[in-house]
Design a protein around this ligand. Sequence first.
Ligand code: NAP
Length: 255
Amino acid sequence: MKSLQGKKGLVVGIANKESIAWGCAKAFHEAGAELAITYLNEKAEPYVRPLAEEIGAAIIMPLDVQNEDQMIALFEAINQKWGKLDFLLHSIAFAPKEDLQGRVTDCSRQGFLMAMDISCYSFIRLARLAEPLMKEGGALLTMTYLGSEKVVEHYGVMGPVKAALEGAVKYLAADLGGKKIRVNAISPGPISTRAARAIPNFDSLLQLTRKKSPEHEALTIQSVGAYAKFLASNEATLITGNTVYVDAGFNIMSL
Ligand code: NAP
C-alpha cells in the first residue's frame, strides 16, 4: 500500500512547475494522497490550475492568505468534500522588495508586518482552521531556510521572519501534540524558484552551497518532496516540532 493512500492533503504555495510546493504535491500524489490545491490569484491561476489538474486535485481554489474570507471558504470546501484533513503544506513567503533587498535595520514597519503576516502568521491561521478537521491526527508542514539561524547575506528581513516561523512550529507542535497533530518545518538549501530569484545575488548563493556542501549536489524540488511525503505519512509518527534540513549537508559546514 502507498504511504499516503486514502489521505487528504492541502497544498498552499504552487506558483509554477519550479515551486517547491509542486515537488511536494507530486510526491504526495504519487504516494496515493488526494489533494486540495490553491493558487494566489487570477494571475497565478493559469499556471497552477493545469498542474493541479495533472495530478487530479479534488479541490482547486484561490487563496491569498491575507484574505480571511478565502481562508474560510477553502476550509468549508474541504469539510464539505472530505469531512477531514490529514495533512497540510504551507510553502509561501513574501516580503516587499524594498524591505527584502535592504538592511534589516532599515526595514519598514509595514513591510515587516506584511512579511510576518504572509510568511509566518498564515501558518498559525491554517493550523487553527485545520485542527477541527484533523480528528484522527495529522501533519502540518512549512518551509523555512537556514537564514533563520545564521546571517545569510542578502536574506534580509526574511531571516527574522523564518526564525519566527520556526518558533511557531515548536509552539504549534506543543499545542497540538495531544491531538496527534505533528508540526514540522523543512529547511531546503537554495533552489532556483521565482521567490528565490527575488533575493539579490541568489546565483552566488546557489554556487556557494553546491561548492561547500558535503554532497556537492544541487538541490531539487523532488528531494524536498520526498522528505515532505515522509513527514506527512504515518511513518513519521512521533516526529514533531523539528526543523529538518534537505540541503546536501550545507548547514553543518563552517564557511
Ligand atoms: P515560489 O515557487 O515562488 O513559491 C512561493 C509561493 O508563495 C508562490 O506560490 C506565491 O504566489 C505564494 N504567495 C506569496 N504571497 C502569498 C499570499 N499572500 N497568499 C498565498 N500565497 C502567496 O517559491 P519557493 O521557493 O517554492 O518558495 C516556497 C517556500 O520555500 C517559501 O516559504 C520559501 O521561503 C521556502 N524556501 C525556498 C528556498 C529556495 O531556495 N527556493 C529555500 C528554502 C526555503 P505567486 O508566485 O503566485 O505570487
